[in-house]
Design a protein around this ligand. Structure first.
Ligand code: DC
Length: 233
């Protein structure tokens, strides 16, 4: 019997449109590895915040670039949830990297070409064997332009802000709706307009606007797309 090919699936799109929830669900259904590339940019941002290399959305690129060899981002699998947990120089930082200070500064750090180059190398290494679902902003365009299945996710801004707000509340984190709207709008603008690897839809990506879709409907949509793609190849 022909062995089923384990492909690379990329999920790119705007902030807070449910990329990671969707990507995790499809990885778990297929028995693929889920990789959160945003967590890597967040980990470098956390390091830079702790060192005072970034604040108020302004990054000292020179100092961050000099520090790059000392920043090691890695992952381990949580035994209970089976999910990847992000490590910064060996320390588990999964919770810290979701803090507001990191969200407010991550776009500034992500515009630095040397940061991107280091993390893209790591992303390619992790995905080299296939059988992965990776979410981010430039995964289908820059990291894996040859990926077999590319999805570009979007949702109306007010729907995204509401989801992000509820996520923060459910985690017991401080949440202010207007601040969430501002963070999402600012990140969309910076992520889409930066010079290096801006957020844009790959020409061969399939769009998923999930503004009015339940998680179940999204999975149904995905299964149809995946089966069609696998039958074509
Ligand atoms: O997916 P996320 O919101 O956790 O990502 C955090 C930030 O990291 C996002 O605002 C932009 C940056 N990012 C990026 O530039 N490229 C990626 N592939 C993933 C994230």
């Amino acid at each position: 019997m022909k062995k089923k090919k384990r492909i690379i699936i990329t999920v790119d799109g705007y902030s807070s449109c449910g990329k990671s929830t969707f990507a995790k669900a499809i990885a778990s259904e297929l028995g693929y590895l889920y990789i959160d590339s945003g967590a890597m940019y967040r980990a470098v941002t956390l390091y830079s915040l702790r060192k005072g290399f970034v604040s108020g959305g302004v990054a000292d690129a020179g100092r961050i670039i000099s520090a790059l060899p000392a920043i090691k981002v890695s992952f381990r699998t949580d035994r209970e949830t089976g999910y990847f947990v992000t490590l910064l120089n060996g320390e588990t930082v999964e919770r810290e990297i979701r803090d507001r200070a990191v969200s407010d500064n991550v776009s500034a750090v992500s515009t630095i070409a040397e940061v991107r180059s280091k993390l893209v190398d790591l992303q390619r290494e992790l995905g080299a064997g296939g059988g992965i679902v990776m979410d981010g902003r430039d995964i289908g365009t820059v990291v894996f332009p040859g990926a077999e299945l590319k999805i570009f996710m979007t949702a109306r801004p007010e729907v995204r802000a509401q989801r992000r707000y509820l996520e923060l509340v459910s985690k017991g984190l401080p949440a202010d709706f207007d601040a969430v709207v501002k963070n999402i709008t600012d990140r969309d603008r910076i992520d889409s307009s930066r010079d290096v690897s801006p957020l844009r839809q790959a020409d061969d990506a399939v769009i998923l606007d999930n503004s009015d879709m339940t998680p179940g409907e999204q999975m149904k949509w995905f299964r149809k797309l995946f089966n069609k793609r696998m039958n074509e190849s």
